[in-house]
Design a protein around this ligand. Sequence first.
Ligand code: HSE
Length: 370
Amino acid sequence: MKKKVAIVGWRGMVGSVLMQRMREENDFEGLDLTFFSTSQAGQPGPAIASGAGPLVDAFDIEALATHDAVVTCQGGDYTKEVHPRLRAQGWDGYWIDAASALRMEDNSVIVLDPVNRDVIDRALDQGIKDFIGGNCTVSLMLMAVHGLIQQGWVEWITAMTYQSASGAGAAQMKELVVQMAQIGAAAGGAAADAQAPVLEVESTVSELLRSADLQITQFGAPLAASLIPWIDRAMENGQTREEWKGQAELNKMLSLDPLLPVDGQCVRVGAMRCHSQGLTIKLKRDVPLTDIEAAIRKSNDWVRLVPNTKEATLQQLTPAAISGQLDIGIGRLRKMTLGDDYLTAFTVGDQLLWGAAEPVRRALNIVLGR
Ligand code: HSE
């Protein structure tokens, strides 16, 4: 019998990328799919899957409960409302979720199978049913450097992040482009004129950034031609929640004991959908760079080691180069002047693919034994 899979939140940004990836990988084949909607029950379902009926109300617990698995990209509020009710009525199907709501629960696993397939398999054996995609920054960092952690070489990591607008949401991505357009309209003519004084171009831009004319409804501050060194809400210790997730989620994901310390600063920049991170990795000993490169190369099928040259970096290690691809770039790799047990690296990955949709897509196949 075909496995019955409920899909919720497939129209949003992460959901759309998930649908696209499922189509590319023929994941719809062999599944009995129902598409749910929080607002448009009864309307026709997507044309992507043959035989999918009309949309079903995503709050219809009875309907959800007839499925072997529920996959949701609907967001944390939906998860908090629906998941407990579904479990309370005895449903023991697989809940696969892109939102953070259940990530740190004892009976959930954070999924990133190229990195923690062993943890996922153990959880399946133990009867765990909640499989949750990780924070994008953490997942992308692990895809890049998990090979070094696996070798037992890493004492601690700091990550200075350069996070794209997509991580904040669809409306924020659009706002970034609106800000760019506003800047272009105000200063583009002078900027294109080689004779125009550059400080006039700069002051036009700076005045716009500080004026009430710039659209900052979503971000609360200019992002284009600027950056925002704050992501998510404040924690009591001075970290932002995004910074807190680094250590909390990485350690849970890999089931590490003792804890691997991870901390840094998380910064929103004007990239569209790739998160980048400048890493400092304290090694437990002076591991040769060639061994480090070899461990990274063989750690998974998607990591791409970029030579530490200007040419290769500009061509291969930018959000512009990596956007829309499953490749995880890692480069600028070298020992630091701080000492031979200090490694630095720069990594770039697509926030919507390995950062969000891809681990969820693969988790569905894993739990269904496909
Ligand atoms: N919290 C992340 C960000 C995205 O704001 O970039 C989701 O993991």
